[in-house]
Design a protein around this ligand. Structure first.
Ligand SMILES: Cc1cc2nc3c(=O)[nH]c(=O)nc-3n(C[C@H](O)[C@H](O)[C@H](O)COP(=O)(O)OP(=O)(O)OC[C@H]3O[C@@H](n4cnc5c(N)ncnc54)[C@H](O)[C@@H]3O)c2cc1C
Length: 524
């Protein structure tokens, strides 16, 4: 048995307890158990993905939205956006990497430069990007057999209409503009996910020093005898409550919504808010739950003459990046091209369903509207409030980006060879033309690219809103780190999963380094 009972306590004890067997949690679990002397327990709210084709077949991702594998967080009212967005967050081993579309981009160097400028020493591109060679996921450009003819024609039309290069491999070098097929973490043969769970955990599930507690929910951190928050109260699927103990460190990997939620339920967060809810304050960290980041997008939908050729990796295999402003070498507008009509938001607005169609979803890579989340009550069952404050930035950058995106999407759609497939624009429809009309439509039909992040951001010691130091340690707390998308100080320009994986690889080094440093004669 991997766990040990600490003398005088009946609590199962490990060296490390990882809360959340998601994208980052799987990386940490695999890396830390490489040392057979180290006992690790992963507490995961969802079930296993092993042998479950609903999860493992990448193309089934769309059917997981709103399913039993989705916590499905709602938002508070968004006066300038769409109040109906369902924020999918995965409830399954592998977390969102078992649920998402596995589009895999390295962060751009300037995204990491921004982190360093925000006080995150050691997160520079020279340190972080080489971790790409450690990633175990099979990251490859969409395979030839999965390249649907209409997606190919989208790439050709985008390049012709906008004068941007066709990019063969977006991870080959940093880019500012380009159209092309994405890189995905998948095995094209059999359309199998190469999620964090598949790539990192499946090969090591038989390690005797790894314990998985599935369908188990962590709802409060508790102090040990020395006052370190290294114990956690959990409840298993059968309702049984247990307290688990981490003799070295408690590692929070529950994601950008549930990690700050757990911290706040445990008394770590904005003191006044916690007191109002009757939660005893352990540490006043005003940044917990603040800095809620996302990539907002909108949608424009076309009907096609009939059914499209069926091949695809996951129905959104190609995209486009553009740079409209001249402030540095990064894109500031991105599009996903869907070869299925993604009409959940347009149908709600009264637009007709589309049997055969495609859409483009322009998004804001570095949105300037920043939100926050908070607890509604001290009840751990009650979901937190999420306020993304979509399209509220004073300069109107985010709104303007959508408007330009919708116009540019029309330019691409009007260009051969894509135009030859399209019968009519269904939403918003050609009569919606002025900037004001496009803005009103674009914001009402807005959606998320499902990238919440930033809610426990790291930063410099003198930054009062930083929750973590650059070693990912919760400020003022010993033995407690956060390793997941909530650590982001700012949003990477690109889809963030690989940034989470790189951060988890880096965290594994930091944690192992701390352990070696603590051993007599260990390296510091
Ligand atoms: C539908 C969808 C599509 C996406 N597409 C892409 C994409 O193509 N490319 C990309 O780069 N990014 C994509 N993303 C975003 C990306 O997947 C996430 O940013 C990333 O996976 C987050 O990793 P994480 O480790 O922070 O959290 P997660 O992977 O969400 O892991 C958190 C884990 O913690 C568990 N958990 C939470 N709370 C508790 C608790 N209290 N007790 C026990 N367990 C708990 C959860 O069950 C989950 O397994 C997508 C996301 C979604 C939802």
């Amino acid at each position: 048995m991997n766990e040990q009972q600490t003398s005088g306590s009946s609590e199962p004890a490990y060296d490390y307890v990882i809360v959340g067997g998601g994208t980052a949690g799987c990386v940490l679990a695999a890396r830390l158990t490489e040392d057979p002397e180290v006992r690790v327990c992963v507490v995961e709210g969802g079930p296993s993905d092993v042998g479950d084709d609903r999860i493992l077949k990448l193309r089934n991702w769309i059917n997981l939205l709103g399913s039993e594998f989705d916590y499905g967080y709602t938002t508070v009212e968004q006066p300038r956006g769409n109040s109906h967005i369902l924020h999918s967050r995965a409830r399954v081993l592998g977390g969102c990497s078992s649920h998402n579309t596995l589009i895999s981009f390295l962060p751009l160097p300037e995204d990491l430069d921004e982190w360093v400028a925000a006080g995150c020493e050691g997160w520079d591109p020279e340190t972080i990007l080489p971790y790409r060679d450690r990633l175990r996921n099979n990251i490859v450009p969409v395979a030839e057999q999965d390249r649907n003819p209409i997606a190919r024609d989208f790439v050709t039309a985008a390049a012709a209409a906008l004068g941007v290069p066709v990019v063969e491999d977006f991870n080959a070098r940093p880019f500012a503009e380009g159209a092309g097929f994405f890189s995905l973490a998948y095995e094209p043969e059999g359309n199998q996910r190469s999620s964090a769970s598949v790539a990192y955990l499946h090969p090591v599930l038989d390690r005797p020093n790894l314990t998985l507690r599935l369908e188990t929910w962590a709802y409060e951190l508790l102090p040990d005898e020395a006052g370190r928050l290294t114990r956690v109260r959990v409840r298993g699927a059968d309702g049984t409550g247990t307290v688990l103990r981490a003799e070295r460190e408690m590692l929070l990997c529950a994601g950008a919504v549930d990690t700050p939620r757990l911290l706040m339920l445990s008394g770590i967060g904005p003191a006044e808010q916690l007191r109002e809810l009757g939660i005893a304050v352990r540490a006043d960290l005003p940044g917990v739950g603040e800095n809620l980041l996302d990539h907002p997008e909108s949608v424009i939908v076309w009907e096609t003459a009939g059914p499209l050729p069926p091949n695809s990796a996951m129905d959104s295999d190609a995209g486009l990046f553009l740079q409209r402003d001249t402030d540095g070498p990064r894109p500031d507008l991105m599009f996903h091209f869907y070869q299925v009509p993604f009409t959940v938001n347009t149908e709600r607005l009264g637009y007709p369903p589309v049997e055969h169609g495609v859409c483009m979803t322009p998004n804001v890579p570095r949105a300037r509207s920043v939100g926050r989340m908070w607890l509604r009550s001290a009840d751990p069952e009650e979901k937190p409030a999420l306020d993304f404050r979509y399209f509220t930035d004073p300069g109107g950058h985010d709104e303007r980006t959508l408007v330009e995106g919708l116009k540019i999407a029309r330019e691409v759609a009007a260009t051969a060879p894509l135009r030859d497939w399209l019968v009519r624009e269904v939403a918003p429809g050609p009569e919606v033309r002025t900037d004001a009309e496009l803005s009103a439509y674009g914001r009402k039909a807005a959606h998320t690219v499902y990238h919440p992040a930033g809610t426990c951001r790291m930063g410099a010691a003198d930054d009062p809103m930083a929750v973590l130091d650059p070693q990912l340690r919760v400020r003022g707390q010993e033995g407690l780190r956060v390793v997941d998308a909530s650590l982001f100080p700012t949003m990477p320009t690109v889809n963030p999963m690989v940034t989470v994986l790189l951060a988890a690889e880096r965290a594994a080094d930091l944690i192992r380094g701390a352990r070696a440093g603590a051993r007599p004669g260990g390296e510091r």
